[in-house]
Design a protein around this ligand. Structure first.
Ligand code: HEM
Ligand SMILES: N[C@@H](CC(=O)c1ccccc1NC=O)C(=O)O
Length: 496
């Protein structure tokens, strides 16, 4: 029997997110595929289509021939730098066919439209970055050179139309394109349970081979995000119970559910090292750069037939559009410094699917309104659970910093990440913010107080809770110093 004495989810949450507890397999394809449920979490409510309606055959044909190594193991169009000419010669403008992607009730078939969007964005990025791929493969210094600066009508117009319908920027994105709408399973009865059952749908380089580093890179993200149903459920339990002034024990349970989900997510994240080799990352990475804040696109890109042909600028595909960490940032009300770096963090928000954006905004506003942080620190047991939640945000970001260092920073002087953020300073901006908050909460609410009555029951309880987090806090203080020194060294070495 549950101890909950207030409705969960709260009427307010249910009103705002009516599908939150639905069985994902029953959801209508008119809904955005990233409609959130507590079982599918931030993954799409159903596995993405591997094929498109027949009329998009010319697009699918290009996509199947596109990868550097095709599904059958032979070289594809990007291997010989022939994708550009093939696209220009073969692809008709299928924008009118996008208009026909409606279901019987006349509503958009958003599920299929997202698959069409995914495929156009794959083609667009391949087309724009093919010259960079050629420079990277052929020039000794491994520079990227310049990308193409005009996207043909036959790619630009239908991609733009899909993006309008889905309310997304018209460019390859993390959720609706390369990562979360780009996996399938070999055995449908097994689903997502086993990592070895996962496969990519589309790939740039060698990703159709499940053992490749490209496949491993993306599928590790999928394997992590599959655990987000209970993360969302835990976060909602905290917010909904607090909003309805329910019992603290239930709020503590919400934090426990979050902690359990994060254990699984971080364990899966650690498999990145085995699933995707650091030495092979920079290859397929060429195709995921954006067209803003990048030397390859100094003047953005003209989308022929779109927005009066004025140059457009979009951030590239990035895990910064993932929703796990922003959910916890918002729930815990982690304050970010007012720096230009934080502005980039906010700009990334626009690249998430609409349902993720709506959910994260809801969590951010509710957490502020009901004061999740303030409530949590008033009781030493909740304060410990809150600190342990923050510690997951820290360890995620620390592990992630090690990825950025070993897969990218050590191996290329290129100053910006695919999303256009400065490669050395941006990730530490957020990592330092979490560590600062941990130290300030510990010092204020759990550290020994001068003159506190030692035999007072309350002090004893605080002391016993303090003991639980002391080793964790020691590590945080060490890591804070280590990070600052390391960032300074990289900045000096790279002239930042
Ligand atoms: C080899 C593995 C990875 C590398 C090299 C890597 C690299 C990067 C880089 C360079 C950024 C900067 C943003 C930009 O401008 O593009 C970034 C951001 C980010 N990535 Fe990754 N990433 C990796 C794996 C992951 C995984 C598995 C996740 C989990 C979903 C993830 C989630 C994030 C998040 C949340 C951000 C925003 C950072 C923040 O809020 O502090 N990344 N990543
Ligand atoms: N920003 C990263 C790439 C990246 O973030 C990313 C790209 C595609 C899919 C997932 C990603 N996740 C990691 O953050 C980079 O600069 O290499």
């Amino acid at each position: 029997m549950t101890r909950t004495q207030v409705p969960f989810p709260s009427p307010a949450t249910l009103k705002r997110f009516p599908h939150i507890h639905d069985d994902p397999s029953t959801l209508s394809h008119t809904l955005d595929p990233f409609t959130i449920t507590t079982s599918s979490g931030f993954l799409p409510y159903q596995t993405a289509p591997t094929d498109l309606p027949e009329v998009f055959k010319p697009l699918v044909s290009l996509l199947e021939r596109l990868p550097v190594v095709k599904a059958d193991g032979t070289p594809g169009l990007l291997a010989t730098y022939e994708l550009g000419p093939a696209t220009e010669a073969e692809l008709p403008d299928l924008t009118d066919e996008v208009e026909k992607l409606v279901l019987t009730d006349g509503e958009w078939d958003r599920f299929t439209i997202t698959a069409v969007f995914r495929d156009y964005t794959f083609l667009a990025s391949s087309y724009l970055l093919e010259p960079c791929w050629e420079s990277w493969c052929t020039s000794a210094d491994r520079g990227y050179g310049l990308g193409r600066d005009v996207l043909p009508k036959s790619v630009a117009r239908p991609m733009y139309r899909c993006a309008q319908i889905l309310d997304l920027p018209p460019f390859m994105s993390y959720a609706a394109s390369y990562a979360l709408f780009n996996y399938t399973v070999t055995d449908h009865t097994k689903g997502l349970e086993e990592y070895s059952n996962l496969r990519l749908v589309r790939a740039f380089e060698r990703g159709l081979d499940p053992k490749s580093s490209e496949a491993g890179f993306i599928l590790t993200h999928v394997d992590m995000v599959k655990e987000t149903g209970s993360l969302i459920s835990g976060a909602l339990r905290v917010i909904d119970t607090l909003e309805q002034q329910g019992p603290r024990t239930d709020i503590n349970d919400g934090f426990r559910e979050i902690l359990q989900a994060m254990e699984k997510i971080e364990a899966s994240m650690e498999d990145m090292w085995a699933n995707s080799k650091p030495s092979e990352y920079l290859s397929f990475r060429v195709f995921i750069f954006g067209i803003t804040s990048q030397s390859m696109f100094p003047n953005g890109v003209i989308y022929d037939g779109v927005e009066d042909n004025k140059p457009l600028f979009f951030r590239g595909e990035s895990g910064a559009n993932d929703s796990i960490i922003p959910l916890l940032d918002h729930l815990c009300q982690i304050p970010m410094p007012s720096t230009p770096l934080t502005k980039i963090l906010h700009e990334f928000r626009a690249y998430r699917p609409l349902p993720h954006r709506e959910f994260l905004t809801y969590v951010r506003e509710k957490a502020e309104e009901i004061g999740v942080q303030e409530y949590s620190v008033q009781d030493s047991e909740t304060a410990v659970l809150f600190l342990r939640t923050l510690n997951h945000v820290r360890s995620f970001r620390w592990r992630h910093w090690l990825f950025a260092r070993e897969y990218i920073i050590r191996r290329t002087p290129h100053p910006t990440a695919t999303g256009g953020s400065p490669i050395v300073t941006w990730l530490p901006n957020q990592l330092s913010a979490v560590m600062d908050l941990m130290v300030s909460i510990y010092d204020r609410y759990l550290a020994p107080k001068e003159g506190a009555a030692t035999m007072n029951g309350q002090e004893d309880l605080i002391a016993s809770h303090r003991k639980q987090v002391e080793p964790m806090m020691e590590l945080v203080r060490d890591q804070k110093d280590k990070l600052a020194k390391e960032v300074e060294r990289w900045c000096q070495e790279r002239g930042v």
